[in-house]
Design a protein around this ligand. Structure first.
Ligand code: PNS
Length: 168
């Protein structure tokens, strides 16, 4: 429920799993919005089988942001445009790490804008020390037995260890 005068940002993604990079973007968003809804999409543009089921991805997000009452975590089915309207968010936020992210983000933003001309996007850059980080690299390193402790929160690390074992 959004109170009148409250600016809400919606941060959608796959969060498979949530990394310190995602955390940084969500917390940074509180500098430009009163509250943030972090939303795991059931349908991702990347046609891939997730490492973690939707419910577990959501649980990880809730654990990671348990300390921040202005961040709410949820999931949604279907189109992002519909969920943005339903949630009452003023804008969608996405992280931009490098030029290589731009094409994909621009394409998605434009497609969404075609479906809803009122939809606004804000792109935030992460801390420079996290700019190389992606959930897919974390998954790969974890799967191959590498140490991913510098890239995820302790609660996420526990889940990665349970899923992939190894030195993770
Ligand atoms: O973390 P990701 O995988 O880059 O996030 C992509 C995501 C989930 C934001 C995108 O796939 C999405 O919006 N999915 C919801 C379904 C939808 O609206 N698809 C059309 C996008 S133009």
């Amino acid at each position: 429920m959004t109170r009148p005068g409250t600016l809400t940002a919606l941060y959608p993604g796959s969060f498979d799993p949530v990394t310190l990079g995602h955390e940084d973007i969500a917390r940074r968003t509180l500098r430009v919005a009163d509250r943030v809804i972090v939303a795991v999409a059931a349908a991702s543009t990347h046609a891939k089988t997730p490492a973690f089921p939707l419910e577990e991805r959501l649980e990880m997000l809730r654990e990671v942001f348990a300390d921040e009452p202005r961040i709410e975590c949820t999931s949604f089915e279907g189109l992002l445009v519909d969920f943005v309207r339903e949630s009452g968010a003023g804008f969608v936020v996405r992280g931009l790490r490098a030029v290589s992210d731009f094409e994909y983000e621009f394409q998605m933003a434009q497609m969404n804008r075609e479906m809803d001309p009122d939809m606004e996007f804000i792109f935030l850059t992460p801390d420079v020390n996290l700019a190389f980080l992606s959930a897919s690299l974390v998954r790969e390193v974890a799967r191959l037995g590498g140490d991913v402790s510098p890239f995820v929160s302790p609660s996420v690390l526990k889940r990665l260890r349970a899923t992939f074992g190894g030195r993770t």
